[in-house]
Design a protein around this ligand. Structure first.
Ligand code: ZN
Ligand code: ZN
Length: 174
């Protein structure tokens, strides 16, 4: 039995005996077994199993692509804007390094706005800055605060936030 997610949140289940469409949230399947007994057929159970195992996205999720590396990543079904895979995303509070200046920053937020759409206080997009020319204009902007600017009586959220294309910041030693 193989399960493939469709674009409308349903799943195609292919078996030796036929191909059926399962709607997990509605609890329906197009197989005769389900039509006659109205019970949970083996196709519904199989889809539920694969969703739990993470081999197919849940009905409220879909497969998107990481803006930095293009790797497949599960995102909310209605997600718009740029996304990052687990390897390229940052948790708020992570200390990162700016590849251009070598300075340390603390991540305040990962937005879903692209670098060529996100406007700074100066009214320019993040992508327009010459120092960001080497990073993807399609990447989501990460807002971060310079470590040196954080005073001991402040929380990170109180500091001045600057927007960076995601791949300009690195949390690893590279
Ligand atoms: Zn079925
Ligand atoms: Zn990635």
């Amino acid at each position: 039995m193989t399960v493939r997610p469709l674009r409308d949140r349903r799943y195609v289940v292919e078996t030796d005996g036929g191909t059926y469409v399962v709607a997990l949230d509605a609890g329906t399947c197009t197989c005769p077994d389900h039509a006659i007994r109205g019970s949970r057929c083996k196709h519904l159970r199989r889809v539920a199993m694969e969703v739990t195992a993470g081999t197919v996205p849940a009905p409220d999720e879909r497969v998107g692509a990481c803006a930095v590396c293009g790797a497949e990543t599960v995102v909310p079904f209605d997600a718009v804007g740029a996304r990052l895979c687990d390897r390229h995303a940052f948790d708020p509070g992570t200390v990162v390094r700016d590849r251009e200046t070598g300075k340390r920053l603390v991540v305040a937020a990962v937005t879903t706005e692209r670098a060529d759409a996100y406007r700074t206080d100066e009214g320019r997009t993040v992508a327009e800055y010459p120092t960001n020319a080497d990073y993807g204009a399609h990447e989501p902007v990460v807002e971060a605060v310079y470590v040196e600017a954080i005073r001991s009586d402040q929380s990170v959220g109180d500091g001045d936030r600057y927007g960076f294309p995601a791949s300009r910041l690195t949390g690893r030693g590279d």
